[in-house]
Design a binder for this molecule. Structure first.
Ligand code: NAD
Length: 335
């Protein structure tokens, strides 16, 4: 029995976390979910969208599964998603993106793993107005944060038999901040002579990923570029409904999909649970439950390849409950 924190989130979060719990239950892995809530829904009760008990629960259990949480645009509270990563110092945002047979995409041969720096950059949240007609946002890049994310990318490459790490930046324009990130990446790369290293300017990187995806393997990026490039990669493999992720440090792990709370389809039983489900597979692997993770991954691969029971984002018309039932059926066959 594992103790795991569950943050259902809002929008489609409650629907897809329910689906994931049912699918994990079908694998026979026993999880004691400690449910804690964050976001707008808890503001009245706690006076904050991120109650201390959420952070305490993750610190205690060390592992969490998190649904998406809505962030008001413009005014209102700052992103709870970003705050969780910063307050727990979850410095790695790991986002694998791999083409799957049957997924609705014109692109082939993408198999990249994104290491996005998760604690600083433009997401440090240091912004102010300069009078009424100008605004300033400050981008922070430090040697410490750059070094640990680049090292995490190389260590992952080493452990997972990946051949190449590419550092992505805009150091031609942002000579000091991105220049420091690039210089640190070059220094760290020297400790891993067996792994090929190169660097790319972020705009070129976007074009390269669309035209020559097979040339890329592990990517390491500062926060904002990592956020944008991971949505690009999500699009290349068939959409946000398929792209998992994890926020990690050396002690804690919070697993969540790349996508947001999808308010346009929330509560309609239309959301695709696969992205969060594949995040849950990363969690099961992290817990050492490799057989259960493989059984789910194979079930998802079979569903995509068959193309019969798919949610709307994948070109089908199945509901969240229908695809969940089909996954459970296939998981049971695989075990
Ligand atoms: P989004 O990812 O929620 O949605 C973008 C589009 O993709 C929408 O059309 C949506 O319906 C679709 N989509 C996303 N996930 C899907 C799924 N699982 N199944 C089917 N379709 C899916 O992005 P957005 O609309 O820009 O953001 C909505 C809210 O989510 C915002 O408040 C944003 O701040 C927040 N957000 C949260 C996280 C997080 O919790 N980590 C991440 C990104 C955005």
């Amino acid at each position: 029995m594992y103790d795991v924190t569950l943050i259902p989130g809002d929008g489609i979060g409650p629907e897809i976390t329910k689906s994931i719990r049912e699918i994990i239950e079908a694998t026979g892995v026993k999880i004691n979910w400690e449910i804690v809530n964050a976001g707008e829904g808890v503001m009245d009760q706690y006076g904050t969208p991120l109650p201390e008990e959420v952070l305490e629960s993750v610190k205690k259990n060390k592992v969490a599964l998190k649904g998406p949480i809505t962030t008001p645009v413009g005014s209102g509270f700052r992103s709870v998603n970003v705050a969780i990563r910063q307050k727990l110092d979850l410095y790695v945002n790991l986002r694998p993106a791999k083409t799957m047979k049957g997924a609705p995409t014109k692109f082939e041969n993408l198999d990249v793993v994104i290491f996005r720096e998760n604690t600083e950059g433009l997401y440090a949240g240091i912004e102010h107005m300069v009078g009424d007609d100008a605004a300033e946002s400050i981008k922070i890049i430090t040697r410490k944060a750059s070094e640990r994310i680049v090292r995490a990318a190389f260590e992952y490459a080493k452990e997972n038999n990946r051949k190449k790490v590419t550092a992505v930046h805009k150091a031609n324009i942002l000579k000091l901040s991105d220049g420091l990130f690039k210089a640190v990446a070059e220094e760290v790369a020297k400790d891993y002579p067996e792994i090929e290293f190169d660097n790319k300017i972020v705009d070129n990187m976007c074009m390269q990923l669309v035209q020559y995806p097979e040339n890329y393997d592990v990517l390491v990026l500062p926060n904002l570029y990592g956020d944008i490039v991971s949505d690009l990669c999500a699009g290349l493999i068939g959409g946000l409904g398929l792209t998992p992720g994890a926020n990690l440090n050396d002690e804690l792990a919070v697993f969540e999909a790349v996508h947001g709370s999808a308010p346009d389809i929330a509560g309609e039983n239309k959301a695709n649970p696969i992205a969060l489900l594949l995040s849950a597979c990363m969690m099961l692997n992290h817990l050492g439950e490799k057989e259960a993770a493989s059984a789910i991954e194979e079930a998802v691969a079979a569903i995509l390849a068959e193309g019969k029971v798919l949610t709307g984002d994948l070109g089908g018309n199945a509901s969240t409950t229908e695809i969940t039932a089909e996954i459970i059926k296939k998981v049971k066959e695989n075990l």
